[in-house]
Write a protein that binds this ligand. Structure first.
Ligand code: SF4
Ligand code: FES
Length: 697
């Protein structure tokens, strides 16, 4: 694989020397232009012709790090670039200080990445979290003088806040922290909770089933549909049915039905055979490329519970008849990559993966693929493009990945957490998972199924990773001592419920007060046509939380349920579609929402892959609009009347255009931060009162 060879060269030299690229072209028989195509695209690769600096310090400039002062660290007048410049003159070393996209340590912002080219043997880039400018200046000075830098802030050495007190890690207990709480621990962590050895017993359960079956587990005949198909699956593949019972939705953002993906791949022929085969060339890919600012839950799973992830990949492979699995991990997660590689070796030693798994004569290999970088590689088809040695740009679909995925073969792509739930569901049944959801106090029908993890960051007492029942009100997650323990730095001003993708919601979401009983009933009836349980929950929510004639909705009352968020739009007809992802970012006090919305927009502009013209140009246009708004406001010029309306219209036009023309989700969501800021926080457009200084708390 070219990408992995480029990674080796980059690790050896710290950049990609031209002569090594030519050598790689000769050795691999791949034309040089193809190697250039890949090496010039991914952020992890540095070309010789760019004159790479010997010492590089990168400050995360996104969401929480921006909130915690990253812009000051990067300021050319008094930030780290000034010190770097002085050191260049004093020592003759080449030093570069620059911004970088989210490093996945948002609970410890600001995060900083430091590299030396080449890195000393057995060292990886150093990551520093929550460090002030004098400390970081010291890091630069030491490196410039040829001394080793201070020990980095490793992920393994940090105990994140979490509700899994009896599980893999304990909460930090400092002088200001509450004492450890009694908590049930994560349901996902089956081995920790049951005190079982990590022996791949879910895989063993499935392989025992295969051995007892007495015939190959053939996928259903193509002509079977509806009830007949259900009966076939029920009879021959009961553990797949458990996934359906669990109603496990993808945890990566899109929320696709995991059961359906696995079924589609199980049923798909790999193209090299017309007949049904128990095993054929199909792939399982675990997407561990979480790069959206505010998202870091997979970081913890990959580091502390790699056995669950590896076991989930093996189960997916065996249950769909696939031949190989890959765990795609962002390159900034070096410790996680090591942990997963070690776990794969351990699983091979136990006979749980590799050849002849638990004496079934079934083979399934698993390996790690280290991402060459870029947020867009988290998009599942872009991820596959990167694995196939092309630029990581999303594909036009159809064909779908379940028929034409990796190497054009049927492929399951699932998020890390989605796969990590599979062992619990296979061992305890989908029913148990489904019953784990949040239950509204009344009536009995108003309940939701399942559990999931959220990464919470920003202005809360205990930013961290929490497993919660699906549907838990946002208020409980943010304020309950079992979870984040309260909003700090003032009252809630804005919350991002899906990282930057969902924009910023105000504490009170304006709704139409003329939303009478008849309209409510119609909206609920529409949901009931598709999903009666979801409709029952919405009905309960309206009765219990939204009095008739109310003109606002308390955002803290929103249930953390992806399906509820999807239904919200049709019920409340909000101007911007709300979204729920794995990242919750909280902003309190007198925080400048417009400034943060522009920061979110810059993230999407920086990470757009450039394939679609409207996204490439539109995302830059959005940044221009936002920056212009900020500059004029800060210069004391009000955006009033027609001009404010014109800019809001421009954003709305771009929103519609990008929704219609973008190939992937990044284009759909790029205008949302600015659209929500202009819609819900018009006061942030007004000039600041004289003498008040920054709006930022
Ligand atoms: S929408 Fe943007 S990020 Fe997505 S494929 Fe198009 S250009 Fe690339
Ligand atoms: S590490 Fe800075 S926003 Fe995630």
């Amino acid at each position: 694989m070219i990408v992995q060879r480029l990674r080796e060269i980059q690790n050896r030299y710290g950049f990609l020397p031209d002569k090594e690229l030519k050598k790689l072209a000769e050795e691999s028989g791949v034309p040089l232009y193809r190697i250039e195509e890949v090496s010039s695209y991914f952020p992890a690769f540095v070309l010789e012709r760019t004159n790479p600096a010997k010492i590089v310090l990168r400050v995360c400039r996104d969401a929480i790090c921006h909130h915690r002062g990253a812009a000051h660290l990067l300021d050319n007048r008094y930030g780290l670039p000034v010190v770097a410049q002085q050191l260049v003159q004093q020592t003759g070393q080449t030093i570069c200080v620059e911004g970088v996209s989210c490093l996945g340590r948002c609970d410890r912002a600001p995060a900083v990445w430091v590299e030396q080219r080449p890195m000393p043997a057995d060292e990886h880039a150093w990551v520093y979290c929550q460090r002030d400018q004098p400390f970081l200046e010291g890091v630069l000075r030491r490196l410039a003088c040829g001394e080793p830098p201070p020990p980095p802030d490793t992920d393994a050495g940090y105990l994140p806040h979490t509700n899994a007190n009896r599980g893999y890690c304990q909460p930090v207990v400092g002088p200001d922290d509450p004492p450890p709480l009694e908590a049930a621990g994560w349901s996902l962590d089956i081995y920790g909770r049951q005190k079982w050895p990590r022996d791949y017993r879910a895989v063993r359960r499935f392989t025992d089933y295969l051995k007892n079956l007495g015939r190959p587990l053939l996928p259903p005949p193509r002509e079977l549909t509806g009830k007949e198909l259900d009966n076939y699956i029920q009879k021959w593949h009961p553990m797949l049915v458990e996934l359906k019972t669990a109603n496990l939705l993808g945890m990566g953002g899109a929320g696709a039905q995991t059961y359906q993906k696995w079924l589609d791949v199980w049923r798909a022929t790999s193209g090299d055979a017309d007949e049904r085969l128990e095993v054929s060339e199909k792939y399982i890919i675990c997407n561990g490329d979480e790069s959206e600012p505010g998202t870091f839950k997979d970081r913890e799973l990959l580091l502390r519970m790699p056995h669950l992830v590896v076991e989930g990949v093996i189960l997916a492979g065996l249950m769909t008849g696939a031949t190989a699995g890959y765990i795609f991990i962002r390159h900034e997660y070096h410790e996680q990559i090591q942990a997963v590689r070690e776990e794969i070796r351990r699983a091979e030693g136990l006979g749980a993966c590799g050849d002849n798994i638990f004496d079934t004569k079934r083979n399934f290999s698993v390996e790690v693929f280290e991402s060459p970088g870029g947020y867009i590689c988290g998009e599942q088809s872009a991820l596959i493009e990167a694995m196939e040695d092309r630029r990581g740009q999303p594909r036009n679909r159809p064909p779908e990945l379940t028929t034409n995925g990796f190497r054009d073969k049927p492929t399951v792509v699932n998020n890390v957490e989605t796969l990590a739930w599979a062992p619990a569901i296979v061992l305890f049944g989908g029913d148990k998972y489904e019953k784990g959801g949040w239950h509204a106090p009344t009536p009995a029908t108003a309940k939701l199924g399942g559990r999931r993890l959220f990464s919470v960051s920003g202005d809360v007492a205990r930013p961290g990773v929490y497993e919660v029942p699906i549907g838990l009100p946002l208020r409980e997650l943010l304020t309950d001592p079992r979870y984040c323990g309260g909003i700090i730095n003032g009252p809630l001003r804005a919350v991002a419920t899906s990282g930057p993708s969902g924009g910023l919601l105000p504490a009170k979401l304006p709704i139409d007060p003329k939303f009478d009983e008849r309209k409510r009933a119609e909206a609920v009836a529409k949901i009931a046509d598709r999903a009666p349980t979801d409709a029952a929950f919405m009905e309960w929510f309206l009765q219990a939380r939204v009095p008739l004639g109310a003109n606002e909705l308390d955002v803290l009352e929103l249930p953390l349920d992806l399906v509820f968020f999807r239904n919200m739009n049709s019920v409340f007809r909000l101007p911007v579609e709300p979204m729920l992802g794995a990242a919750i970012i909280v902003y309190a006090g007198n925080v400048d929402v417009l400034d943060h919305a522009v920061n979110f927009t810059e993230f999407f502009r920086n990470e757009s892959c450039g394939k679609c013209v409207p996204c490439r140009i539109g995302s830059q246009k959005l940044v221009q609009i936002g920056t212009d708004l900020l500059q004029r406001r800060d210069a004391g010029q009000a955006h009033m009347g027609t001009e404010a309306e014109r800019l809001a219209n421009d954003v709305r036009d771009l929103y519609r255009t990008l929704q219609l023309t973008s190939i992937c989700g990044l284009g759909y969501v790029a205008p949302i931060p600015l659209a929500t800021a202009l819609t819900y926080f018009p006061e942030d457009l007004r000039p600041k009162p004289a003498g008040k200084g920054s709006l930022e708390s």
